[in-house]
Ligand binder design. Sequence first.
Ligand code: MG
Length: 190
Amino acid sequence: MLIISDLHGVIIDTSSILELRSKLAKQLYGIQIAPKTFFRKEVLQNNLLTEGQYRQICGKVYGEWQYVQRMQEVKGISHATQKLSRRGGIEVIILTTVTGKMLDCAKKWLKEHQIDYKDIIGVGLDGDRQSLLESFKPDIYIDDKPETLISLEDKKIKLLLFDWWYNKGIDVPKVGRVSNWQDILKIAGV
Ligand SMILES: [Mg+2]
């Protein structure tokens, strides 16, 4: 069995990332933005930051170890991946948008948190996650972005949406919602 998982928002706790973005906006630009609302679309639409400022913040949050090391894990993730690996026959591959030194930081974070996985692939911001998933043909794919999952419907992949406040109101009829890794293990039959 192959499980493919997104990184940020499935393995790494989104709240801790948004906290870092908020702290950096204050530090670098003196702008106060509530962590819970610190999403690209929202901050740009509301003219709270320019695209360049947003990018600079993200460059630091994801690309400098002093910030990456402060990211928290989603509860139960290291235990869950270790259990999957002990069980045998189930591989976990991580897909993420980050590349280059951001990907190196992500790998270091995964190592420090003892997350057991087979491989991590940085697809890039404009990367074609869909084609990659089609070629891997995983049994299960988990993401926190409904749009990504909806685009994969009818691909014979069990799709799971990791439940957060920011994806609550979105209707995803063919996608299962999970709120922790215990649920994912159950679905994987572990
Ligand atoms: Mg994500």
